[in-house]
Design a protein around this ligand. Structure first.
Ligand SMILES: O=C(O)CCC(=O)C(=O)O
Ligand SMILES: [Fe+2]
Length: 319
């Protein structure tokens, strides 16, 4: 394990992210590299990702647990359940909402993550373990972040509105920057400066860990080199997920959920089985893992029909 005595875990509250150098050893980096090569492409049409195998995640879980304990001891963030993990590559392996064609560069503009916000609701108690696996150039193709303290200093109102939130994008419009609300539609607000003025880009090597809270604004630095990063997600199993929050929202949300219906359809099944009782994130997580297992064995279809999902969404919306 790397020496993390110099890491200030309390920055998870004040800044929303932290960096642990040399978190993975050489064997673990190679293991993830091979796992990436062997992984199938997800049926997600929002972006091109491959999923980590559960064996790869199991091998690293002990290390993650140690970090989560330190985070809990020194900040308000509480996570305890490894939910899922994907590989983000700077090369798109298919046509998606964000990539015009297969083989094109895949770079994500400023955003707070979408799907996890809709699935879990609580993105403060949510961590993204982001670790480059293939990283040819130190100063290129990193993940650029907006530190919470710098955002608060520069745009306190927008900072307050974005805290604990997800499903936004920040897009340039003339001399201003609009924070688009992909959850309900419309905008969260407008910035009169470029986020580049307050951004930070930790220069990552393979095996370094950039740990981000779920509500941090981030983007791909550039996609000029072929970089692959593992992104493993932790949730808090005690979070109560309100059924109405999953389907409620605007058109952008509907489209992105439709593109990732393989993730959301099982969540609705889980609610169906709960007889109207509140469900905790841990129960949904368990069910999703069972579904994943069945899909891997070929016992269940990888995806569900578009029409079926749209009709389900419509029913959920008017419940
Ligand atoms: O790897 C990238 O460039 C984007 C990753 C990202 O957006 C994420 O981990 O949520
Ligand atoms: Fe993201």
């Amino acid at each position: 394990m790397s020496d993390d005595s110099s890491v200030s875990y309390s920055e998870m509250d004040s800044r929303g992210f932290l960096l642990i150098r040399g978190f993975l050893d050489q064997d673990e980096i190679e293991m993830l590299g091979q796992d990436f090569e062997a992984a199938a492409l997800e049926v997600n049409s929002n972006y091109s990702v491959r999923r980590l195998s559960s064996a790869a995640m199991d091998r690293l879980e002990e290390k993650f647990r140690h970090v989560n304990e330190r985070v809990a001891a020194e900040s308000s963030v509480r996570v305890n359940c490894l939910n899922d993990g994907v590989y983000f590559s700077t090369v798109s392996e298919k046509t998606t909402l964000s990539s015009p064609r297969k083989g094109a560069q895949q770079a994500f503009p400023w955003h707070q993550d979408h799907e996890n916000y809709w699935m879990w609701h609580d993105v403060k108690n949510y961590l993204n373990f982001y670790m480059p696996v293939v990283k040819p150039v130190l100063e290129k193709s990193n993940l650029t972040v907006v530190p919470l303290d710098r955002l608060k200093e520069r745009a306190p109102e927008i900072h307050d509105r974005l805290l604990g939130r997800g499903a936004t994008r920040v897009l340039q419009s003339g001399k201003k920057w609009v924070v688009k609300d992909d959850n309900r539609g419309g905008k969260v607000g407008t910035l009169d400066f470029d986020l580049a003025e307050i951004e930070e880009t930790p220069q990552l090597r393979p095996g370094d860990l950039l740990l981000l809270r779920g509500d941090i604004i981030h983007r791909t630095q550039d996609s000029s080199t072929r970089r692959v990063a593992a992104s493993i997600r932790y949730i808090n199993s005690e979070t109560v997920v309100p059924r109405s929050s999953v389907a409620k929202g605007g058109l952008a949300k509907m489209l992105m959920m439709l593109n990732a219906r393989y993730l959301f359809e099982p969540v609705f099944h889980c609610f169906d089985q709960s007889n109207g009782e509140p469900i905790r994130a841990g129960e949904i997580d368990r069910y999703l893992k069972e579904v994943r297992e069945r899909r891997l064995k070929g016992e269940e279809a990888q995806n569900t029909s578009k029409l079926g999902f749209l009709s389900r969404l419509a029913k959920e919306k008017i419940r």
